[in-house]
Design a protein around this ligand. Structure first.
Ligand SMILES: Cc1ncc(COP(=O)(O)O)c(C=O)c1O
Length: 498
C-alpha cells in the first residue's frame, strides 16, 4: 500500500511552535514529528517533505529543520539518504517487552549474598503516619507554607536557568551564594548571629549537617555529652561514629551544667550536643546563667558545643533568648539550623554556622556523598527571603501556632487529671506530657490508632531507670484548632478505654 503523500499533511497545524518556549524550535519540530509518528499519521516508510519545504511550511529557517531531522535520525525515528531525502524508519524505536528466555532470573535475590555490618533501625516517634490525625513529635503545618509562591518561584528560576545555562551545572558544595547571603542576613536580624557567607554551609536538612559535623569531628571512643533525654537523631548519629554517650540531668532550667562540669573533671569530653532554645524533648529553655557557664566550661575543658536550634523561629512568650553561638568568641560553638519547621520537612534545607575552616572541611566531605544541594530550590528560597515572603510567613505561622498551642493546652488541661500533667511550652511545636503511673502508653497508642489518631508509645523518651514509658511529645502545630479538639477527645477516650 502506498503511503499518502506527507506533503499534503497540514504540518503547520500539526506541529505547533511556541517561539517563547524555553526549549528551542528545532527541538519542538523533533517532538512534533515524533508525536505524528506515534499517532499513526506518519506510518513507517513514509517520505517526509524536504527540509527546505518543511521549513517553508513551518515558517522556519531551513537549518532549524536540518537540526531536527538529524536529531530524529540519531534517535532512530527517520532515515536520511543523501539526495533522496528522509523517510520514517521501518524499524521504529518502540520499546516492546520481550519474553524472558527460559532459565532467566525472574526475581532479584531477596538478600545480599555477602556479609555486612547491620545498620540499626533509625528511631521514629509515631508509627502511624497514614491516620487522619497525628499528634507527632512537633512537625509544622505544611498547609500554611507559602507553597504557591515557592512553586511559582521554582518555575521561574528553572526557566530562567535553562535559558542562561546558569544554576544547572555542578556548583559549590557549600550551596548557593544567594541563599547563604540571605541566611546570613536573616540570622543576624532574627538572632543576633553575626554570620558571614563563609560561615555557612547549606545541606539537605540539618540531619545532613549533623551527620557531616560528627563525621568530621568524632573518632571512635570519643565522649559526647547529651541530656538524659535528648534528640534521638543526634544520639543515633553520635553512636554511628563510635562515640560514647554520657548523659546529664535535665531539669526545668535545661541541661544541669554542674553535672557537665563534674564529668569534665573526671574525663575528656570531645563534644556536647544541646538544644538550648527548646530542649528536645522536654521543651524547656536553658537558663541564662547556665548558658554563660557552658561557654566557660567549653573553653576551660576544651570541648565543642554543638547547638541544634531546630525551631528557633517559633517562640511565643517573652523574647526568645539568643543562641549560644551569638556569644561564642572562641570558635567552639557550631550552630545547626533548619528550614524544615519554617517551610516543610520535605524541602530538605538545613545549615551549619561555623568558622570558615570547618565550613570548607564540611563542604569537601559533603562532596563525596552529594555534590551539592538543589541549586534551583536554594535560589528560589533565597529570592523568597529577599522579597520578604518567608519572613511574613514565619510571622503568620507563629500566630497560628501560638493559637494552636493555647487551644491544645486548654483542652489537655480540661482532661488532664487524673491522666497527665504538663507545662505550657514558651515556644516550639510540641508539648511535653507526663502520663500518670497507671497509664500504659503502648495500649493508649493502640486504642488511639483504632479511633484514627496517631500518637507515639513513648518508648523513644524512656530513660533506662524508668520501668515503663511515661512521657510523650505531643505536637500541636500541624493540626488546626478543630483537629486538635478532636484529637484530644480521642486521646481522652483511649485513656479511658486502656
Ligand atoms: C532536635 C532536632 N534536630 C534536628 C532535626 C532534623 O531536622 P531536618 O533534618 O529536617 O532539618 C529535627 C527533626 O525533627 C529535630 O527535632
Amino acid at each position: 500500500m502506498k503511503a499518502a503523500s506527507p506533503v499534503t499533511l497540514p504540518y503547520a497545524t500539526l506541529i505547533p511552535l511556541d517561539r517563547q518556549a524555553p526549549n528551542g524550535l528545532s527541538q519542538q519540530v523533533t517532538t512534533g514529528v515524533i508525536r505524528l509518528i506515534q499517532q499513526g499519521l506518519l506510518p513507517a516508510d513514509t517520505k517526509l517533505p524536504g527540509t527546505r519545504t518543511l521549513a517553508a511550511l513551518l515558517g522556519l529557517h531551513r537549518q532549524t529543520v536540518v537540526v531536527a531531522f538529524d536529531e530524529l535520525e540519531t534517535q532512530g525515528w527517520i532515515q536520511q539518504v543523501a539526495s533522496k531525502g528522509a523517510r520514517i524508519s521501518s524499524r521504529l524505536p518502540v520499546i516492546e517487552p520481550r519474553p524472558l528466555p527460559a532459565g532467566a532470573v525472574r526475581q532479584l535475590a531477596a538478600r545480599a549474598g555477602f556479609a555486612y555490618e547491620a545498620v540499626p533501625t533509625y528511631p521514629t516517634t509515631v508509627r502511624a503516619p497514614r491516620l487522619p490525625l497525628v499528634l507527632d513529635a512537633g512537625s509544622p503545618d505544611s498547609r500554611l507554607a507559602p507553597l504557591a509562591a515557592l512553586a511559582r518561584k521554582y518555575r521561574t528560576v528553572c526557566l530562567r536557568a535553562s535559558q542562561r545555562q546558569r544554576l544547572l551545572g555542578y556548583a559549590d558544595p557549600n550551596a548557593s551564594l544567594a541563599l547563604r547571603r540571605q541566611l546570613a542576613h536573616y540570622l543576624h536580624q532574627t538572632r543576633g548571629l553575626p554570620a558571614q557567607v563563609e560561615n555557612i554551609l547549606v545541606t539537605r536538612g540539618s540531619s545532613m549537617s549533623l551527620y557531616l559535623l560528627l563525621r568530621l569531628l568524632l573518632r571512635a571512643g570519643d565522649t559526647v555529652v547529651v541530656g538524659e533525654r535528648s534528640y534521638h537523631g543526634a544520639d543515633y548519629a553520635c553512636r554511628q561514629q563510635g562515640a560514647h554517650l554520657e548523659r546529664v540531668r535535665v531539669d526545668g532550667q535545661g541541661l544541669c551544667v554542674e553535672e557537665v562540669e563534674a564529668l569534665c573533671r573526671r574525663q575528656a569530653v570531645r563534644l556536647l550536643y544541646v538544644t538550648p532554645h527548646h530542649h528536645y524533648p522536654t521543651t524547656v529553655m536553658l537558663a541564662a546563667d547556665r548558658r554563660i557557664k557552658l561557654l566557660q566550661l567549653a573553653e576551660q575543658y576544651d570541648f565543642i558545643i554543638l547547638e541544634d536550634d531546630y525551631d528557633y523561629d517559633f517562640h511565643y512568650d517573652g523574647a526568645p533568648i539568643l543562641p549560644l553561638a551569638s556569644a561564642d568568641r572562641t570558635g567552639r560553638v557550631l550552630y545547626l539550623g533548619s528550614l524544615s519547621k519554617v517551610l516543610a520537612p520535605a524541602f530538605r534545607v538545613g545549615y551549619v554556622v561555623a568558622p570558615p575552616d570547618i565550613i570548607d572541611a564540611l563542604g569537601q566531605l559533603r562532596r563525596h556523598i552529594d555534590h551539592q544541594g538543589d541549586a534551583v530550590l536554594e535560589q528560589s528560597i533565597a529570592e523568597l527571603f529577599a522579597e520578604g515572603e518567608l519572613g511574613s510567613h514565619v510571622k503568620r505561622a507563629r500566630n497560628h501556632y501560638q493559637q494552636r498551642r493555647d487551644v491544645f493546652c486548654t483542652h489537655l488541661r480540661e482532661m488532664a487529671s487524673p491522666w497527665l500533667s504538663f507545662e505550657v511550652p514558651a515556644g516550639g511545636l510540641a508539648v511535653w506530657v507526663r502520663f500518670a503511673e497507671k497509664v500504659n502508653l503502648g495500649e493508649v497508642a493502640a486504642h488511639c490508632r483504632l479511633l484514627g489518631l496517631g500518637i507515639g508509645d513513648g518508648q523513644l523518651f524512656q530513660t533506662p531507670t524508668e520501668r515503663r514509658a511515661h512521657h510523650l511529645r505531643l505536637g500541636f502545630a500541624a493540626l488546626t484548632p478543630d483537629e486538635l479538639t478532636r484529637s484530644v477527645e480521642m486521646l481522652h477516650e483511649a485513656l479511658i478505654q486502656q
